[in-house]
Design a binder for this molecule. Structure first.
Ligand SMILES: Cc1ncc(COP(=O)(O)O)c(C=O)c1O
Length: 408
């Protein structure tokens, strides 16, 4: 066998290097280059960065559960009993008994026929939607859907479209157009999935769930709702904005939620009809070909599910703080978009402005990340404030004071 000439190997390596460098340079030029920083968590509301203590308005620890003594103790006990890892897929020997307990609890709390736990929310959205796609499936995505949903749909089906954000009329029009393009008379003649988020991750606004449910009934569509940012915060027992739709909603109604945000640890789940669970155990690569969650994480999920239903006071406090902060920001002249939740954007005009405001706050002991393209559209750069029930009133006052001293 002849070896490839070293020269050509070097040439192709240098072509790759050049391409990657060009991408990074372009990002740096339009102030959208991303880097990662070394962070030392101090509590549910504080971190240390570069030796400086900051109030953390960047995490999704909405109820402060990441530091709850019960979660931490249950993690310790699980490590003592089960060890550090599960070391294989759930389909091999990783399906330790905590899974059954958690899924039974989810079924009871969500009122669904079945539930299935996954290693992460990204993995879940990216591979569940992919697995559900048949050759004639059409996905209708809200324009602001999360990257994991885009990953799960746009490459797994030839038929997909995006509808204007939260615009049910636009969705209905586009469903009809999609059906015609697929050679059918009406949306009822095709298999379609309407996919959206109940609380939008970057805008903190809510989907019109009831209208989407009515439309899916009219058009025979299946409905898939991502409750990543509603889980823990909204709904009876903190189980999201559409927990009650599991029984009243369309025949194929799936909601997903995550354990890594409001529930303080890691992982994700879907609540779904039993046939969907059985199908995914056979067909979903993100479940089949991935190591099961570590015992400590499963124990933390189990503990959070014990605590969250009763955390009504924390939920109320969180949402009251959010409406107070929104009114303060608006009275200072800032735009907070359509936020009605614990996620509050401060909209600014450019990536540079977002970076400068974030830096201004950091110099005053406050961490709020700048969100820039491609995470959000070019003209809607922002700071994304993420509130937690763990924040004190004085944390929020400090944030307001620091913002007041900013001059655009
Ligand atoms: C709306 C939404 N869905 C899914 C995910 C992915 O969840 P995970 O962090 O568990 O991978 C995120 C994470 O940011 C999200 O915001």
């Amino acid at each position: 066998m002849t070896k490839p000439a070293t020269g050509s190997k070097l040439e192709s390596a240098s072509a790759v290097h050049t391409r990657l460098q060009e991408e990074l340079t372009a990002r740096a030029q339009d102030e959208t280059l991303r880097t990662i920083r070394n962070i030392i968590p101090i509590s549910a509301r504080e971190v240390r960065i570069d030796g400086k203590q900051l109030i953390n308005f960047a995490s999704n620890d909405y109820l402060g559960l990441s530091r709850h003594p019960e979660l931490i103790e249950r993690c310790r006990q699980a490590i003592d009993s089960y060890g550090a890892g599960t070391t294989s897929s759930r389909l091999v020997s990783g399906n330790i008994d905590l899974y059954e307990r958690i899924e039974a609890r989810l079924v009871a709390l969500k009122g669904s026929e079945a539930a299935l736990v996954f290693p992460s929310g990204f993995q879940l959205n990216a591979t569940v939607l992919q697995a559900l796609a048949g050759s004639e499936t059409c996905f209708a995505l809200d324009r602001l859907c999360h990257a994991s949903i885009i990953a799960g749909t746009t490459r797994s089906s030839l038929h997909w479209f995006r509808f204007a954000h939260n615009d049910v009329q636009d969705l209905e029009r586009k469903l009809t157009t999609a059906a015609r393009r697929m050679g059918k008379r009406s949306p009822k003649d095709i298999e379609q999935w309407i996919v959206t988020e109940s609380v939008f991750s970057m805008d903190g606004d809510q989907a019109p769930i009831d209208d989407l449910e009515a439309l899916s009934a009219r058009t025979g569509s299946c409905l898939y709702i991502d409750e990543a940012h509603a889980t823990g915060v909204f709904g009876d027992h903190g189980m999201g904005l559409c927990h009650h739709k599991q029984t009243s909603g369309p025949a194929f109604f799936i909601s997903m939620g995550t354990f890594g945000k409001g529930l303080g640890s890691f992982g994700a789940y879907i609540a779904c009809p039993k046939i969907v669970k059985d199908y995914l155990i056979n067909k979903c690569p993100g479940l089949i070909y991935s190591t099961a969650l570590p015992p400590a994480v499963l124990a933390a999920i189990d503990a959070a599910l014990d605590l969250v239903p009763a955390m009504k006071a924390e939920r109320r406090r969180l949402l009251n703080t959010a409406s107070y902060l929104r009114s303060q920001l608006q009275s200072m002249g800032y735009q907070t978009g359509a936020s009605t939740t614990q996620i509050i954007p401060i909209l600014v005009s450019s990536p540079g402005q977002a970076l400068a405001l974030s830096k201004h706050l950091e110099e005053r002991g406050i961490l709020v990340p700048a969100i820039r393209p491609p995470t959000v559209p070019a003209r809607s750069c922002r700071l994304r404030i993420s509130l937690s029930a763990a924040h004190t009133d004085s944390d929020v006052e400090r944030l307001c004071e620091a913002i007041k001293t900013w001059r655009m």
